[in-house]
Design a protein around this ligand. Structure first.
Ligand code: HEC
Ligand code: HEC
Length: 432
């Protein structure tokens, strides 16, 4: 395929472009076959574990693959699905810039931006498990669940366009997620849209999986794939019962894979939540006019008492609170339950990354991954950090949150070595 032949793959950011090309070649396939999206085998296996049975390829797995290809196309040829408000979320011009192998088209417009800049960390489907991912902590985001951390919206709502753009432009300081501030505006736009494309696609896949997992496919499964319970059930049926059940299953699969049903019943809501993300933005009230010292003192008290922050962030703010044991983020808990770890090996064999403990942040390092502007820290505390177990501080009033913001930003004793010089901090604030 073309991608592995592009000598400048990885472009200006990566001296090790060739090594990367080889690595990426390994995931997208190095033959002349066009690149394919892989199925979310981890989510599928999770269903299997909770069902205590396997999913049937023909009746449960292949129909999902078919729906996804018909609705979203392939990594080289994306499709914009025809649902209401989709134009608020993505358009084909921008998707084409981000999709496909790296290069440019006849009129010089860029192509393949996602594979050039993101795939080695975030993976071709956006599952966060690209070839570089295993070496990073935290791991790159898995886009397939639609959950994001550094956003202005409340838990359960997707980020806004501006939230994603801010992440791309600023990067996530203190993690491997780099800043793409040097890219032209339209390329950032294309990449933001592509992140949404992968997320919406991943969410549809999960919705469909829920539906298909619900089907009892005992009668159509090859005998060796049946559990004992399924075997006994099938043995209890007459040939006519079996024929009826098969016919019913055929009918349900035809209905669930009907493009109109997919778009209207399973995709429209997902797209709507992305299109109207702005309505879920948490309003930020005026900061109360209180002397900074006084505000910090109030914030300190709230941090240790009413706010409950020290239970995770610790008495000295270094992230060693007593709740901080056995803590994993939601993306890890997709496949890893620390209380029942016996299935972990199976998930690792399917490409899941080894679980890594999630640490409550050491707040004395003064590093704000989601942005250091007062408004960013306000959103963090008001809404919590989705997927990362930090709860929304619902017990605090708006005014109290502003005091905690002052304490966290200005009142904690920063460790001297890591305290950034004053002028750097000013620069960061202006750039934001
Ligand atoms: C070197 C690895 C690396 C590369 C390259 C990279 N990312 Fe990331 N990305 C990360 C990591 C690590 C995180 C997780 C940060 C965290 O959890 O705070 C992340 C997080 C994100 C997030 C989630 C932010 C949130 O609010 O939760 C988005 C969106 C994102 N990256 C998009 C991109 C896009 C688009 C590209 C390419 C233009 C890209 N990334 C390139 C490593 C990378
Ligand atoms: C249940 C545990 C828990 C509680 C309670 C908690 N946090 Fe956190 N907090 C975390 C975790 C985990 C992270 C790291 C998230 C990440 O980077 O993925 C974090 C990160 C942060 C950050 C860094 C945000 C950034 O942009 O990098 C701030 C600031 C913060 N917490 C403040 C607070 C405050 C203030 C409170 C109390 C109102 C609080 N936390 C309560 C677990 C908690």
């Amino acid at each position: 395929m073309r991608i592995s032949q592009a000598p400048e793959f990885g472009g200006r950011h990566w001296a090790g472009g060739l090594v990367l090309a080889a690595l990426v070649g390994a995931i997208v396939g190095c033959s002349s076959e066009p690149a394919q999206f892989e199925l979310n085998r981890i989510a599928m296996h999770k269903s299997e574990v909770s069902l205590g049975a396997t999913l049937d390829d023909k009746y449960q797995v292949e129909p999902i693959a078919k729906i996804l290809t018909e609705t979203f196309g392939t990594p080289d040829e994306p499709i914009v699905p025809d649902v209401p408000d989709i134009e608020e979320v993505m358009d084909i011009e921008h998707l084409k810039m981000a999709a496909g192998p790296y290069g440019s088209d006849e009129d010089g417009s860029p192509r393949g931006l996602y594979r050039q800049h993101c795939v080695h960390c975030h993976g071709i489907t956006g599952n966060g498990a690209g070839p570089t991912a295993a070496f990073l902590n935290p791991y790159p985001r898995n886009f397939l669940t639609g959950k994001y951390k550094w956003k202005s919206t409340k838990t359960g709502s997707p980020p806004t366009h501006d939230d994603l753009k801010r992440v791309l432009v600023n990067g996530v300081p203190g993690t491997a997620m780099p800043s793409f501030a040097l890219l032209p505006e339209k390329e950032i736009e294309a990449l933001v849209q592509y992140v949404k494309y992968l997320s919406v696609r991943g969410e549809l896949e999960r919705n469909m999986l829920l539906e298909f997992s619900d089907l009892d496919t005992s009668v159509v499964k090859p005998a060796e794939k049946r559990t004992q319970e399924e075997e006994e059930y099938v043995a209890s049926l007459t040939p006519e019962d079996i024929a009826d059940e098969k016919a019913d299953l055929d009918e349900v699969v035809v209905e669930l894979t009907d493009p109109e049903v997919v778009l209207e019943e399973f995709l429209a809501d997902i797209v709507e939540s992305w299109a109207y993300a702005y309505e879920a933005v948490t309003e930020v009230p005026e900061k109360p006019e209180v002397e900074l010292d006084e505000s910090i003192a109030t914030g300190r008290d709230l941090f240790f008492n009413k706010g409950g922050c020290a239970t995770c962030h610790g008495q000295s703010g270094i992230g060693d609170g007593q709740t901080a044991e056995m803590f994993y983020d939601d993306w890890t808990e997709e496949y890893y339950d620390p209380k029942a770890p016996e299935h972990l090996e199976e998930f690792l064999a399917l490409g899941a990354l080894p679980p890594r403990k999630l640490d409550p942040r050491n707040l004395r390092l003064g590093n704000f991954r989601g942005g250091r502007r007062p408004v960013d820290v306000y959103w963090r505390i008001r809404n919590g950090i989705e997927g990362a177990k930090m709860p929304a501080a619902q017990q605090l009033t708006e005014e109290e949150i502003w005091h905690v913001v002052d304490y966290v930003r200005k009142g904690l004793p920063y460790d001297t070595l890591s305290q950034p010089p004053e002028h750097d901090q000013e620069n960061v604030r202006v750039r934001n």
